[in-house]
Design a protein around this ligand. Structure first.
Ligand SMILES: Cc1ncc(COP(=O)(O)O)c(C=O)c1O
Length: 390
């Protein structure tokens, strides 16, 4: 066995995104004990930074010690008990995962299906909530499988109106588009570190408001996951009266998240959102000049996840293989019913730069031309350049 040396890659898929040298350096700092006072100071800073980033001054904010799916599982397993009703909006792969987890919690799930590639329709959700006595309304803010953004404010307002707690998946939105827990009135929000925060995967920023915390305290039975029982995790992260052991925090991963949050605050969160939007507009202009089309309609399109329809007659796997082989560039394939129909091109965090836009357009037009598609590299780059200089 030898040391593992990963190949150098440029990550423009659905996540992970490129991790900056600053964050990589932070990950390599010396490991200290998780009950060390210095580490506890870092935990407090992460909690406060997450609360600022998500505009959640009165929520308990902390990173769960596992990837984005842990946030989804924690939200649903803590709030739902056997027999509870949950309305779950599905407009892609991650809504489907919510349905699966809520079912495992023993909940009676009322699905609200929307076409993949479209935003969740608040009118359909309202019909499902009316008279349903649902305890939870869950939906995905930024559907990574389709590149569609839903109106979290409207959906959280509907949940409140109908006496349900809102659970919002912000795995792909956080850092790329505004996440406004206070403005939305959201009860539980979770995210991941490997998308627009540009830290490695493995942590799930999580925010829980008072109504949700009261619902967890009022449960009839214990939460069925021990690691993700929010009563236990919040006691570990609360720091009141000194921390006691619950699990061993992923210490170096938290150094990485802390550095990623410092980087984001230095740039300014609103500036980072504007950068994602500008890079998306440049990439979209280039892709459209190359004759390519998007799955999601412009008004619901995510800047950080570009779902691009594969032109007829193109071997999509061969395109991705050429990008990886010749350019060390990773883009994503479609999931579920969109397998073979779309590519998913990420512009997330450190991967949302003019350099990434130019590389992607160069590589993609080259790979398409290799399959007898018209060579539109010049037109694509010129269109992107025009948007970048606007
Ligand atoms: C919208 C959304 N929710 C949940 C997840 C699950 O996150 P993870 O893969 O970090 O467990 C992902 C991952 O891509 C996602 O995009």
């Amino acid at each position: 066995m030898k040391s593992f040396e990963p190949p150098r890659r440029i990550l423009m898929g659905p996540g992970p995104s490129d991790v900056s040298p600053r964050v990589l350096a932070a990950l390599a700092r010396p490991t200290i004990g998780h009950l060390d006072p210095a580490f506890q100071g870092l935990m407090e800073e992460i909690k406060a930074a997450l609360a600022r980033l998500m505009n959640a001054p009165s929520h308990a904010c902390l990173p769960l010690p596992a990837p984005g799916t842990a946030g989804m599982e924690a939200a649903l397993m803590n709030l739902l008990e056997p027999g509870d009703r949950a309305v779950i909006a599905v407009n892609g792969q991650f809504g489907e995962r919510m349905v699966d987890i809520a079912g495992r919690a023993g909940a009676q799930v009322i699905r609200v299906d929307n076409a993949w590639g479209e935003a969740v329709d608040p009118d359909k959700v309202e019909v499902a909530l009316k008279g349903a006595g649902a305890k939870v309304l869950a939906f995905v803010h930024a559907e990574t499988s389709t590149g569609a953004l839903s109106d979290a404010g409207a959906l959280c307002a509907l949940a409140r109106e109908h006496g349900a707690l809102s659970v919002v998946d912000c795995v792909t939105s956080l850092g790329g588009v505004p996440v406004d827990i206070d403005g939305w009135g959201a009860d539980v929000v979770y995210s991941g570190t490997q998308k627009c925060l540009s830290a490695p995967p493995g942590l799930s920023p999580f925010a829980m408001g008072l109504r949700a915390r009261e619902a967890v305290s009022a449960r009839r039975e214990k939460v069925r996951n021990w690691l993700l029982d929010m009563n236990l995790i919040m006691a570990y992260w609360s720091g009141e009266g000194g921390r006691t052991y619950h699990h061993t925090a992923p210490i170096n991963a938290l150094y990485g998240l802390h550095e990623a949050l410092v980087v984001l605050e230095e740039e300014g969160v609103a500036v980072a959102h504007a950068r994602h939007r500008r890079m998306h507009e440049a990439l979209a202009a280039g892709l459209e000049a190359a004759g390519l089309r998007f799955l999601a309609s412009p008004q619901h399109r995510l800047p950080q996840l570009n779902a691009v329809l594969i032109p007829d007659g193109i071997d999509e796997a061969a395109v991705r293989a050429r990008l990886l082989g010749a350019y060390s560039l990773e883009i994503g394939a479609g999931l579920g019913p969109l397998k073979g129909r779309i590519w998913r091109i990420g512009l997330m965090g450190s991967s949302a730069t003019p350099w990434h836009v130019r590389l992607c357009l160069t590589a993609l037009t080259d790979a398409l031309a290799a399959q007898n598609y018209p060579d539109l590299a010049r037109a694509a780059l010129a269109a992107a350049e025009k948007r970048l200089s606007d």
